[in-house]
Write a protein that binds this ligand. Sequence first.
Ligand code: NI
Length: 152
Amino acid sequence: MAILKIVKFGDQTLRKVCRPVDEITPKIITLLDDMIETMRAANGCGLAAPQVGILRRIAVIEVEEGKVYELINPKIIAYTGTQEEVEGCLSNPGRYGYVKRPAAVTVRATNRLGEEYELVGRGLLARAICHECDHLDGKLYTDFQTREAKCD
Ligand code: NI
């Protein structure tokens, strides 16, 4: 496993629409492992492939320690309610902003075994799912933030 370099805001890589994964190759499995290690090393709760320079529809999320979700080709299929909370991004270290998101979302994705699954996320998990799915379409949280948050 390896810790990958995280691309920062301002890099046009983060503005690209990522391509779907049509086959889960050993290279994709290694990428998932490296993304999890990179996310943990940076103390993040989510990481999308474009953040490590790979323009594929892949993200990892860990909002609860030890509970990692791998999302390959994720698609949000339902959402409900709203919440407005502080969000940050490993590609924009030290900065935070208030973002309005659904209170709960249902995402359909594929795991590393090629199995399709659905995940319902509420609160922080809902925000992480939205944030990471946005990355796969070249969108950043600052596009939607209502105001910057001051955090120490
Ligand atoms: Ni991010």
